[in-house]
Design a protein around this ligand. Structure first.
Ligand code: PEP
Ligand code: MG
Length: 588
């Protein structure tokens, strides 16, 4: 099966880490030929045998799918295997199958042509929807279509492979991921796909390291090339040097030992040794991430970036569309809480403005868009309120700059509630309303703002960029972007004090919350909640549970008295290495 390792030089690619773990091994390029379908006209006497040929192919496909489903149920559990059962339901859909049979009889055309055309119609329809979920469904439908056609043509798909391999493919369907995992698969690497694609979810359930969204990896490797696949960072190294192999073997060992130690933490609280409890929640963008969030031991969602609903579309979803979506989020995470942030468009995110802005980060962004387009804000608020009957939703406004904006935004919440009340629509009357503090002006007047909201979440990504006047996405100035700059630390402490003096909790949902080095400092500064990317959650919990609040408070006091970011970084690094000698961090 191998073409042998080619002699070309090492290449390092970056993709999206989809499933944790490190794999080192030989690549297998999985190419799934799309069956070629010809259109043939049938003689009258060939029509009935053609329908029988279709029936046989359908039976064979059902048998294959059943095998995959049974295998999936054993490997990843009944609930997750349901994704594959959807294909089975299509295969058993008598309306669709009868339509295919009827068309063969009426049009006197060969079965593969009619199957391709009839199922293809559904796929194109789904692909037209501006919705990642529907696109995924379309690819699964397509997979089923190709399965039936392959069985009509009596072609076999190679799924039995020799040896331990890393599968590289342009894209993988959930069924491919499942069936290939019957071999000794060390990892998956694909050109396409997102963190929440079903193939990514399956690989996480199967505990097979995976990287998706690698661009054109399937064109850069040949079967037999040695690969290092680092599912923690999303790094794929093709034809690595010996030094790299050694480095990643060591990392693999370290991570393995470390993760073993984390497993028992899932249901334990994020509490310091001396009893200071931190609410530890997760940042999410898509519905499918929720299952993973719970598995990781989160106490809820601290930031749901709703603007992800706007991806791949030019318009804003209606109130009804949003309501249906938010309801699913609320139900899936229940009994935990979910903080839904209103659309944060503009800046480097989706453009809300029709005119070009020369300084988008200082422009029409976040709540500014909402307040200028109240019909959009009202639709979103009403959708969130309608979805709030389980009482586990909180509303949060992004990019607040002044107290006046908070008041205006809250006025819209009151208005949305009044409209719903007048229509006898139920919602959570006491839904908590909070704001993100990520603009220095809002941080300075924190006491006034805190007096009028239910909670505060610090957006350290933006706060750092606005405090230091450093564009967070501009590599030219990235070395100036320092989360541990004294100005940032002093501002964090000011916000935390301002919130707590007003009796409300203060959290932090920027990337900093998930940086192991910063966590002891944040706890020491008195933060009440941290919301982090789901993958890092167990590690952050472990750190919190090993801390002494009294000790980190002292360390934070020291940090507040230092005058440069170098000094603060040195302090937190020393503290970290002293207390956590075996936790791997990028700083090493
Ligand atoms: C932040 O600014 O820290 C934040 C969490 O929001 P976003 O990254 O979505 O701007
Ligand atoms: Mg922000």
């Amino acid at each position: 099966m191998t073409d042998g390792q080619s002699t070309k030089k090492e290449i390092i690619l970056k993709g999206i880490p989809a499933s944790h773990g490190i794999a080192i091994g030989s690549a297998y390029l999985f190419i799934k030929d799309i069956p070629i379908v010809e259109e043939r006209v049938l003689a009258y006497e060939d029509v009935l045998p053609e329908v029988e040929r279709l029936n046989r192919a359908l039976q064979k496909s059902a048998k294959e799918l059943n095998k995959i489903i049974t295998f999936a149920q054993q490997k990843i559990g009944e609930a997750k295997a349901k994704i594959l059962e959807a294909q089975m339901m299509v295969l058993e859909d008598q309306v669709l199958i009868n339509e295919i049979r009827k068309r063969i009889e009426k049009e006197k055309k060969n079965a593969e042509h009619i199957v391709s055309n009839e199922i293809g119609k559904y796929c194109s329809l789904m692909l037209k929807a501006q919705d990642e979920y529907m696109h995924e469904r379309a690819h699964e439908m397509e997979d089923l279509k190709n399965r039936i056609i392959r069985n009509l043509l009596e072609e076999r798909l190679i799924s039995k492979l020799e040896g331990s391999i890393i599968i590289v493919a342009h894209t993988l369907t959930p069924a491919d991921t499942m069936i290939l995992s019957r071999n000794q698969v060390l990892g998956y690497a694909t050109d396409r796909g997102g963190i929440t694609s079903h193939a990514a979810l399956f690989s996480r359930s199967l505990k097979i390291p995976a990287i998706v969204g690698l661009g054109d990896v399937s064109r850069q490797i040949v079967t037999g090339d040695t690969l290092i696949l680092d599912g923690y960072s999303g790094t794929l190294i093709i034809r690595p040097t010996d030094a790299h192999i050694e480095e990643f073997q060591k990392k693999r060992e370290r991570m393995f030992k470390f993760e073993k130690k984390l497993e028992h933490l899932k249901d334990l609280p994020a509490e310091t040794k001396d009893g200071r409890r931190i609410e530890l929640s997760a940042n999410i963008e898509l519905l499918d991430e929720l299952d993973y969030v719970v598995v990781q031991g989160s106490q809820g969602v601290g930031l749901y970036r709703t603007e992800s609903l706007l991806l791949d579309r030019d318009d804003f979803p209606s109130e009804e569309e949003q309501y249906l979506e938010y309801k699913k989020f609320s139900e899936r995470i229940y009994p935990h809480r979910i903080i839904m942030r209103t659309f944060d468009v503009g800046g480097d995110k989706l453009s809300a403005a029709t005119a070009e802005e020369s300084n988008p980060f200082l422009g029409w962004r976040g709540i500014r868009v909402g307040l200028d387009r109240p019909e959009l804000l009202m639709d979103q608020l009403k959708a969130m309120l309608r979805a709030s009957t389980k009482k586990n939703i909180a509303i949060m406004f992004p990019m607040i700059t002044t107290l006046a904006e908070v008041r205006k935004a809250k006025e819209y919440v009151r208005k949305a509630k009044a409209e719903l009340r007048s229509q006898n629509v139920k919602f959570h009357e006491k839904i908590p309303v909070g704001v993100m503090i990520e603009v220095p002006s809002a941080a300075l007047v924190i006491s006034q703002i805190a007096a009028e909201v239910d909670f505060i979440s610090i957006g350290s990504n933006d706060l750092t960029q606005y405090l230091l006047a450093v564009d967070r996405g501009n590599t030219l100035v990235s070395k100036l972007y320092r989360e541990l700059d004294p100005s940032v630390i002093i501002t964090l402490k000011h916000i935390i004090n301002g919130g707590q003096k007003n009796g409300i909790w203060v959290g932090l949902c920027g990337e900093m919350a998930g940086h192991p080095l910063s966590v002891p400092l944040l706890v020491g500064l008195g933060i009440d909640e941290l919301s982090v990317v789901p993958a890092i959650l167990p590690e952050i919990k472990k750190i919190i549970r090993s801390l002494d609040y009294s000790e980190v408070k002292e360390m934070a006091m020291k940090a507040l008295n230092l005058s440069t970011s170098d000094e603060i970084e040195k302090l937190v690094f020393r503290f970290f290495r002293k207390h956590f000698p075996d936790i791997p961090i990028n700083h090493d």
